[in-house]
Design a protein around this ligand. Structure first.
Ligand code: FAD
Ligand code: 2HG
Ligand code: ZN
Length: 472
């Protein structure tokens, strides 16, 4: 039976005093064994998975990562790569005593070409720092997410993070142009190209995008960055149903639409209750955040105005507010970006990250509300509706096995029945690894296992994650 519980520890070696000597010599002052420091690296952002690692390594260079992995592979020591530790599926922390390999000190920008907009940087650069650096040069990162203040670009690439701008700039599979990766045995794979086009053989970097640290450690990234838009508008709208608004929005805002994000009334209640945020408009069943980004303020505002007039006169939208200045834009965005934080205050959270056709997507939330009744504290829906991606979150005062049994595998079966994905953007990590078959065929999963065995024959890289227990 599929399960998110940890499997038994695999027979890796345990860290010995001689191993610690090796790490201390290689990384003076950066091989951490202090239990207080280790505590926060052993537990995930949701505080739902806790490992027992006794050593945290903080390399600064690719060569150091290479030496660490070469040593660990020879010694059969398991390694858990870690970026900003904001992952939501228990992938970024050890399950047992795996060594934590952190990219926190690999935070150098290597090059930026202001003609092509191609940035090359080390994997541990914090997303928000990259955004700030680029904005000074009149560019932006092609991705943005609520965890930007902590997450690392290497972690983003390893999870193939989607986020709030995917609708406009596409996924990292398109914007990442090159990667440098250290393989499990320490070999350095330099695929750090800075070319828009390169069809010479297999595109190996794609294997590492979204593979959650199971195939190699990403040490550097090159990424194509868009120009900073000259004009940005944000509208926060309330409505009875969102699908027709989405259709109208796509039709009328076209190429200037840069985000179409969604939250329901239950999310709004949690923002008000736990974060003391104020609803900027009158209460509605659904709320949408629309962003436009373009090069001509008058043109963009006219388009937005026409769109708003249409959806208001046709009663698709019941109330709304628009922002053009930065502080108000930020405030409106926080109504969407801070929902995950509000949920964390609400109790134990069961998280589902579903891809489905936009039309069908909210049915799952309604369905689960009916199914769970008052067994659940809150059942909320929000997400990147413009990308067909729903975040269904269900809270209870504490971990509740009976509630979980009522949710799973029902949610996965429901999603699979409509050919959806059971993990649209967060990956599988520890928690969802065994549910992969709801979205992938046995042949595809077997091939993934073959690739893992080829690149990491001893299975030292992020064991117990991503692949199901019957494969590894
Ligand atoms: P970590 O959490 O440290 O690691 C994530 C995975 O990548 C782990 O499996 C880890 O082993 C691996 N990894 C990390 N660095 C490397 C590396 N250099 N090489 C190889 N493997 C590595 N996700 C979205 O897709 N869209 C969102 O909108 C979004 N919003 C979020 C909002 C909040 C408030 C939070 C807490 C999380 C959100 N996430 C979102 C989830 C999360 O996936 C992203 O925050 C981010 O991509 C993870 O980056 P990180 O550096 O924190 O990686
Ligand atoms: C978001 O879009 C993130 O806000 C987090 O992907 C979603 O916590 C979640 O379920
Ligand atoms: Zn998301």
């Amino acid at each position: 039976e599929a399960s998110s519980a940890a499997p038994p520890r695999r027979p890796f070696s345990q860290v010995t005093p001689a191993d610690l000597d090796f790490f201390r010599q290689l990384l003076p002052g950066r091989a951490i064994t202090d239990p207080d420091v280790l505590e926060s690296s052993n537990v995930d952002w949701l505080k739902s998975v806790k490992g027992n690692s006794e050593v945290l390594l903080r390399p600064k260079t690719t060569d150091e990562v290479s030496r660490i992995l070469s040593y660990c592979n020879q010694r059969n020591l398991a390694v858990s790569p870690q970026g900003g530790n904001t992952g939501l599926v228990g992938g970024s922390v050890p399950v047992f005593d795996e060594i934590i390999l952190s990219t926190a000190l690999m935070n150098q920008i290597l090059t930026f070409d202001s003609i092509s907009g191609i940035l090359t940087c080390q994997a541990g650069c914090v997303l928000e720092s990259l955004s700030q650096y680029l904005e000074e040069q009149d560019f932006i990162m092609p991705l943005d997410l609520g965890a930007k203040g902590s997450c690392h670009i290497g972690g983003n690439v390893s999870t193939n993070a989607g986020g709030l701008r995917l609708l406009r700039y596409g996924s990292l599979r398109g914007t990442v142009l090159g990667l440098e990766v250290v393989l499990a045995d320490g070999r350095v794979l330099n695929c750090l190209a800075t070319l828009r086009k390169d069809n010479t053989g297999y595109d190996l970097k794609q294997l590492f995008i979204g593979s959650e640290g199971t195939l190699g450690v990403i040490t550097a990234v090159s990424i194509l960055c868009p120009r900073k838009p000259k004009s940005v508008n944000v509208a926060f709208l309330g409505m009875l149903q969102y699908f027709l608004t989405f259709q109208a929005c796509r039709g009328m805002l076209g190429e200037i639409l840069s985000a179409f994000e969604f939250l329901d009334a239950s999310c709004m209640n949690l923002l008000e209750k736990h974060l003391k945020l104020t609803n900027p408009i009158t209460e509605s069943p659904f709320y949408i955040v629309i962003e436009t980004a373009g090069s001509n303020a008058a043109h963009d505002e006219e388009k937005l105005h026409n769109f708003l007039e249409k959806v208001m006169t046709s009663s698709l939208v019941t109330d709304g507010t628009v922002a053009t200045e930065e502080a108000k834009i930020k405030a409106l965005w926080s109504m969407r970006e801070r929902i995950t934080e509000a949920l964390r205050h609400d109790g134990y959270t069961y998280k589902y990250d579903i891809s489905l056709s936009v039309e069908k997507i909210y049915d799952l939330v309604t369905h689960m509300r009916e199914r769970l009744g008052d067994r659940a504290q809150n059942v909320v829906g929000y997400g990147h509706i413009g990308d067909g991606n729903l975040h269904l979150n269900i809270t209870s005062p504490s971990k509740d096995p009976a509630l979980l049994a009522a949710i799973e595998p029902y949610v996965y079966e429901w999603t699979s029945q409509y050919q959806g994905s059971i993990s649209a953007e967060h990956g599988l990590g520890l928690k969802k690894r065994n549910y992969i078959y709801y979205s992938k065929t046995p042949e595809a999963v077997t091939l993934m296992g073959n690739i893992k065995a080829m690149l990491d024959p001893k299975g030292i890289l992020n064991p117990y994650k991503t692949l199901p227990d019957d494969i590894c």
